[in-house]
Design a protein around this ligand. Structure first.
Ligand SMILES: [Zn+2]
Length: 410
């Protein structure tokens, strides 16, 4: 092992994570939605810890917590988020924040290590009010009009009202100082089974997949379910169901190794037992890190929708709602995580794409970025049963701190 004086304090990391778990505790997880009372308490908790790492703490006008260092030399930005999905797990977000805090606590006061780790907790990564509002605000991608329009998807409370309620209204939003950071590093639970099933300890993220979202609408003819004979029907619901089956049959021959697709919502109009649906709508999502594959699948989707509508004598309209550019993780960051895994995780690491979105994809638009994963027990996440073995949490923290050291030394 190199630089043994940069050993982490595993008990401290676990104690910090458990302290956060107690804020908004729900079953074995947490309920800490954005701008709720427990969420604000978790931000204060972090702000109070940051001076331990020789960082000046600030909670900005969109709820980002930022710890800034006065130490000379290169600066590495590190963090994740502290709010949770509703009634969800204890590690999704806090793991990356506590790793960043631990790295800062060890590296920043250490005179023999050049530079500093600066800590960030990005607000609303979980999308209660929008998409990555905190990190997007930091990179300059959120306007005042965006904030005017944002509201809580569960309660309807506007973001303006929420900011007033928690005392952040009128406070300035922090934005990135270009050139200040050598890059951004984030740790996260994997939220899948890749590491656990291969008995690996560290995932080295190569890319964060893009998400493409579509609305597909079939228009047929609404009519009586008893008197309209089968041959005379133009059933929009049936056309939609045919498309779902056709996608499942035909996508596998054209997709990539890790492509996933999901029909997340189906609406039949008017949606009554005795009425043939005149209109049917589905929300459909494709995720991959290769835009060429997505392009191929989108063309196939449009062809299949046309086939399904021809069979049901309905018209089909495919609208792309969201185009997600995949984010590539920086090669030097991947190498540093791999080297740290060799030293502190017996080399039990694998390079893999992230199927979930993370703040690192936003930071990657303005600086080099990297991510590492630790195993999720049973692959479970966005549920209060989400968990990671204590030994894996500690190993991940050590690999994270070593990665920070290697990056700052470059
Ligand atoms: Zn997360």
């Amino acid at each position: 092992m190199t630089n043994s004086h940069l050993q982490i304090d595993g008990a401290r990391v676990l104690a910090d994570l458990n302290a956060l778990r107690a804020i908004g505790a729900y079953q074995t997880g947490v309920h800490r939605p954005t701008f709720s009372e427990p969420h604000m308490r978790s931000l204060e908790w972090l702000a109070q810890r940051l001076p331990e790492a020789a960082l000046a703490a600030e909670i900005d006008g969109i709820g980002n917590v930022l710890g800034t260092s006065a130490k000379s030399g290169p600066k590495l930005l590190a963090g994740s988020h502290l709010e949770s999905q509703n009634f969800a797990g204890w590690l999704d977000g806090p793991l990356g924040v506590v790793y960043a805090l631990e790295a800062a606590r060890i590296i920043n006061p250490d005179r023999s290590t050049k530079g500093a780790v600066e800590v960030a907790a990005w607000c609303d990564e979980e999308g209660h009010f929008g998409h990555f509002l905190g990190s997007r605000s930091y990179v300059g991608d959120v306007t005042e009009a965006d904030i005017d329009a944002a509201h809580d998807r569960s309660s309807g409370r506007t973001m303006r009202q929420a900011l007033r309620d928690v005392g952040l209204a009128g406070r300035a939003r922090a934005t990135a100082e270009r050139g200040r950071h050598i890059g951004y590093l984030e740790a996260h639970i994997e939220q899948g089974l890749t590491l656990e099933s291969a008995r690996l300890r560290i995932g080295i993220v190569t890319s964060i997949v893009g998400i493409w979202q579509y609305r597909i609408t079939f228009t047929g003819e609404q009519n009586h379910a008893g008197t309209t004979r089968m041959k005379d029907r133009r059933d929009a619901g049936l056309a939609l169901a045919r498309l779902c089956v056709a996608i499942d049959d035909r996508f596998p021959a054209s997709c990539g190794a890790r492509t996933v697709w999901t029909t997340g919502r189906i609406t039949l109009d008017p949606g009554a037992p005795s009425i043939i649906p005149g209109r049917a709508e589905m929300l459909f999502q494709i995720r991959d890190d290769n835009p060429e594959i997505i392009e191929r699948l989108e063309k196939l989707l449009r062809d299949l929708a046309a086939e399904a509508s021809a069979m049901g004598r309905c018209s089909a309209e495919v609208t792309r709602l969201r185009t997600g550019a995949p984010a590539l993780m920086n090669a030097r960051f991947q190498q540093a995580i791999e080297a740290a895994s060799t030293s502190f995780a017996s080399g039990k690491s694998v390079r893999m794409p992230s199927g979930a979105g993370h703040d690192a994809q936003v930071l990657a638009t303005i600086m080099p970025a990297g991510m590492l994963f630790v195993p999720s027990i049973g692959g479970i996440s966005h549920h209060w049963n989400e968990n990671t073995d204590d030994a894996d949490i500690v190993t991940g923290a050590q690999v994270f701190v070593e990665t920070c050291r290697l990056l700052l030394a470059q």
